[in-house]
Design a protein around this ligand. Sequence first.
Ligand SMILES: Nc1ncnc2c1ncn2[C@@H]1O[C@H](COP(=O)(O)OP(=O)(O)O)[C@@H](O)[C@H]1O
Ligand SMILES: [Mg+2]
Length: 239
Amino acid sequence: MSHHFIKIQDLNFEYSDGTKALEHINLYVTHGESIAILGSNGAGKSTLLKHLNGTLLPTNGEVNIGGITATKKTLQKIRSAVGIVFQNTDNQLFMPTVFENVAFGPRNFGLEGEHLKETVEKALTDVGAIHLSNKHPFRLSGGEKRKVCIASVLACNPEILVLDEPTAEVDPKGLKDIVTLLNSFSHTKVISTHNLKFATAVCKRGVVLKRGKVIFDGEMSELMKNVELLKEAEILEEY
Ligand SMILES: Nc1ncnc2c1ncn2[C@@H]1O[C@H](COP(=O)(O)OP(=O)(O)O)[C@@H](O)[C@H]1O
Ligand SMILES: [Mg+2]
């Protein structure tokens, strides 16, 4: 894969109970871009993100990652290119120590011994969590858990990083760390959130979803000026 672009063409997705979660989504993300996927609860953010590594496959339309169309057959290739940090960290922290958790992915990709140790230590150092190596994941704070999940994905060396609501269960100090961390990565990034301030701090471009449809795709700075649209999308903080 030479260019790690994402190209989504007329993507439609319907859950087995008939819920139309995504309708006619078209999106092109270029190499190195950081984009925020914004929308209220149930807008379709997680459903969209799950299409980026083939966790879900389109009902209709196409998802293409760096020239490879996501299908059952290409899942392995797609997953080596796209690393996802899901919203719920507890589902991703299933090993008895932080180190073992971060080692899980690269070990599956065939790394072992000194090479594996170096890879894990680098990923944990990159997220500022090397001191937590021997801890049990359940003893960590929300922000620490998030960092360890990010390290687990980084250790697999993906070209594209996808993060679903990375600010969930993270306090203000942890939030600042996550912003600094995400801004230090040169990966192509797709980040879902309903936090406008966070989105602006980490992404230049924003895509707003409402009931499974894209209602805005442009600069975050333009979006922030469009109060009507933010109200329509129910992502304006009014309290
Ligand atoms: N497993 C599922 N089965 C049926 N409907 C689902 C499932 N997961 C999500 N949905 C529905 O799909 C829509 C989009 O959900 P989701 O992608 O989780 O939104 P968001 O992440 O923006 O909160 C919602 O209407 C939600 O109720
Ligand atoms: Mg979600």
